[in-house]
Design a binder for this molecule. Structure first.
Ligand code: ATP
Length: 327
């Protein structure tokens, strides 16, 4: 039995206008969470639609829990929350989830037990008695999550699951996904919320113009660049250029409020600042400390700052020829 939940080889969908998703090869282990990132129009939804069997690939192949995509065997094992899907607005929330349960072939006893539990879990609760036409967009997304989970799937595909939600709703969804991951579910998350990907996902792939540009384990991607911050007193612009010349490193001065007592660079009214630099090794920290103290500065604090996924993303897509939705 394969250890991978998703195994795609050269999966391609070329729409008649030449857009879509090209030659994507990706393996996701059982119980792993993977984040699929990319600018608007990069091909994320297209890739997921192929995996869940909604559209046919024009080339390549893939399996889900060892079953070829598009087959009933594969579909039985997945849950799918499409992006901003509109549910039957004449039904109540409770009826919508029950309908999904029946479409999945669940027994009535299972549906009777599971639907109220799910509505409670996703935060729809008693609003499940209201018609969907009275739901906000965020509430519809909560309902969609309940629908996606009704068959207790092994692999869950979520396309921007909390894009219409307020911050409290987003945190709620993140907690639900963390809980599902702890239960051993495989999660495939398309998201622009990089913080969610950073917190939740083991691995990530970055798509641009339909192709995977970068991929890797989230911790490894984020550990490649490590910045250090030094809080120093007695600072002056002259010392900054001296420091850069001596070390050959580039130092930034943080003045945007992250530092206590920002450096104005003009009058030296407040000479306590945070200096930030990307270092090649931890050994350089001691060397810089010695240099700073040697120049008469007071060293208050040294901290390691991991790169955030958001910064990584901005850097990865900067300067790219991203076609997006343009001609
Ligand atoms: N049915 C279709 N026919 C033709 N082109 C399409 C179709 N669906 C999507 N596209 C195009 O394929 C490309 C990929 O679209 P897709 O929706 O997969 O991107 P995405 O990464 O999910 O974007 P977003 O982040 O905005 O949701 C886009 O250029 C889009 O315009």
């Amino acid at each position: 039995m394969s250890k991978s939940a998703i195994d795609a080889k050269g999966l391609t969908k070329e729409y008649s206008n030449g857009r879509g998703c090209r030659n994507v090869t990706i393996t996701v282990g059982k119980g792993e969470a993977v984040g699929f990132l990319g600018p608007n129009g990069a091909g994320k939804s297209t890739f997921v639609k192929m995996l869940v069997g909604l559209i046919h690939p024009t080339a390549g192949e893939a399996t889900l829990m060892s079953a070829p995509i598009g087959t009933l065997e594969a579909k039985r094992q997945i849950g799918y929350l499409p992006e901003l899907y509109r549910y039957q607005e004449w039904l109540t929330g409770d009826e919508v989830v029950r309908l999904h349960g029946r479409l999945c072939g669940l027994d009535k006893q299972v549906i009777d037990k599971r639907v109220p539990e799910l509505l409670h879990m996703v935060g729809v609760g008693q609003r499940g008695k209201d018609r969907v036409k009275h739901y906000s967009k965020g509430m519809q997304q909560r309902l969609g999550l309940a629908c996606a989970l009704v068959n207790d799937p092994a692999v869950i595909f979520l396309d921007e699951p909390s894009s219409a939600m307020d911050p409290v709703g987003r945190m709620h969804v993140r907690n639900i996904l963390e809980e599902l991951k702890q239960q051993g579910k495989t999660i495939f998350l398309n998201s622009h919320l990089l913080e969610d990907v950073e917190v939740l996902c083991d691995r990530m792939a970055l798509l641009n113009n339909g192709q995977v540009l970068r991929h890797g384990r989230v911790v490894e991607v984020l550990q490649k660049r490590v910045c250090w911050r030094f809080k120093v007193g007695g600072f002056s612009p002259f010392l900054l250029s001296w420091l850069m010349d001596t070390t050959g490193l580039s130092f930034g001065v943080i003045t945007d409020g992250k530092a206590e007592g920002g450096f104005t660079g003009e009058t030296g009214i407040d000479d306590t600042v945070w200096l930030e630099a990307e270092l090649e090794s931890e050994e350089q920290v001691g060397w810089i400390n010695t240099l700073l103290i040697g120049q008469g500065m007071t060293l208050y604090e040294v901290t390691k700052v991991r790169e955030r996924l958001e910064e990584w993303f901005m850097e990865a897509v900067a300067g790219l020829n991203h076609r997006g939705e343009q001609e």
